[in-house]
Design a protein around this ligand. Structure first.
Ligand code: NZQ
Ligand code: ZN
Length: 386
């Protein structure tokens, strides 16, 4: 096992009817900006619950943060923060609203030329404007980590940012919120969380027995609850296990002391930037090709995953490893998620070359757990995913 530091300062408030506790977490004298997305919270009662809980606080609102949070919209929100002398941000939404809020937390205290630099120059935020979240969609883990991904339509870019100052101070996780989520987004959430675990697990063995079993248990739990979550999101047992699995998949715990990959996400973000494909679906497109292309270096963990997660115990390491990739594709299909780029766009010719060029320009020449994934290899993986 590798050496590691681990600190996660986010307070989690988990369970039924916990949204009413939001006022206990925000300082009474705060000037709060409540941030939300396209309006789902106004239809499902979450907005009313939050507003009731915050009745005694000074609250301004900013709605309309789109899925794949857009830089231009966030710059409008930044103006509100400055004009209204906001001191505390509250994100009420899924990964997009929470990520947008993290960007604002960083941008509110940034004194460089343009906040876009935070993304292009990898500026880490050591201390941002304080913020909390009310999670409405289990998927990204953003509610308990310090990363964010921001989109800029103008340049068709989607870039990541982060830093120790961007953990939410608290996150409220009421699993009952999933009852209003469309099936398509539930499937996205399951797929995203599943792939987060794979990115931190599907590398090579390093003797981290506990981390491996944490990762495998999250995968097993997601597989177990997936059919019920999709069929009946009012099932609280399934909803609560789904929500907690998504948070645990990307709150830092399972990546400690182990090599991590993240190439599937790096490539997937380009597919969202270029075609607007939902984040989770881009992962389902890239992951199978990525694992097939890097089969030799990943096959020991693939075979372990085959045995422990999919109960494939007969046959050779190679056969088990290959079968595990097929099982993963079948799982995505069962969720209703297509796994080829051509399922999402007819306009895919040239995509592999474009992504490869973008990575070269950005100096992203050494992706993956061995830092051996060059732009040329990325091009081949994307072509395999057509
Ligand atoms: O905008 P509203 O009206 O709220 O509707 C949203 C949106 O249309 C809807 N929704 C959310 N909660 C709902 C609901 N509809 C009904 N009932 C509810 N309770 O769902 C749609 C998708 O929401 P979004 O926030 O975009 O989804 P998700 O949570 O999957 O977030 C995706 C974003 O997170 C980034 C992705 O790249 C993408 O931009 N990620 C962030 C990560 C992180 N910070 O750690 C890691 C991930 O790998 C990912 O990259
Ligand atoms: Zn993801």
């Amino acid at each position: 096992m590798n050496n590691f530091d681990f600190k996660n300062p986010t307070k989690i408030i988990f369970g039924k009817d916990t949204i009413e506790k939001v006022n206990q977490e925000i300082p009474a004298d705060a000037k709060v900006l409540l941030l939300y997305g396209g309006g789902s919270i106004k239809n499902n009662g979450i907005y009313d619950q939050v507003k009731t809980a915050l009745a005694d606080l000074d609250v301004t609102e900013f709605g309309g943060i789109p899925a794949n949070p857009e830089y231009a919209t966030l710059m409008d929100a930044l103006k509100v923060i400055k004009e209204e002398n906001i001191t505390y941000l509250l994100a009420v939404g899924g990964g997009s609203v929470i990520d947008g809020t993290k960007f604002l937390s960083a941008a509110a205290v940034y004194d460089g030329d343009t906040p876009w630099d935070i993304l292009t120059k990898n500026i880490r935020t050591e201390k941002g404007m304080p913020f909390g979240t009310v999670l409405t969609l289990p998927a990204t883990g953003s509610e308990m980590n310090s990363g964010a991904v921001i989109t800029r339509k103008e340049t068709k870019e989607k870039l990541a940012m982060g830093g120790p100052g961007l953990f939410p101070e608290f996150s409220i996780l009421d699993p009952q919120v999933i009852t209003s989520i469309p099936e398509r987004q539930l499937a996205n959430g399951l797929t995203d969380a599943f792939t987060h675990v794979l990115e931190q697990y599907m590398t090579y063995p390093i003797g981290a027995l506990l981390q491996d079993r944490f990762a495998e248990s999250i995968l097993q739990t997601l597989i177990e609850v997936a059919p019920t979550v999709l069929k009946d999101p009012t099932d609280y047992k399934a909803a609560s296990n789904f929500m907690w699995s998504c948070t645990m998949a990307l709150n830092g715990l399972i990546q400690k002391g182990v090599p991590t990959d993240w190439a599937v996400h790096a490539i997937g973000h380009e597919l969202t930037a270029l075609f607007g494909i939902d984040h989770a679906r881009t992962l389902a497109v890239i992951a199978p090709s990525h694992y097939k292309f890097n089969f030799e270096s990943k096959k020991e963990k693939l075979a372990q995953y085959a045995e422990r997660v999919w109960n494939i115990t007969e046959s050779s390491t190679d056969d088990k490893a290959y079968a595990a990739i097929e099982k993963t594709v079948d799982f995505f299909h069962e969720l209703g998620i297509d796994t080829k780029l051509s399922d999402y766009t007819k306009d895919y010719e040239g995509t592999a070359e474009e992504i490869s060029e973008r990575f070269t320009k950005r100096g992203w020449t050494k992706l993956g757990e061995h830092q051996s994934l060059s732009p040329e290899k990325v091009e081949k993986i994307v072509k395999m995913a057509y």
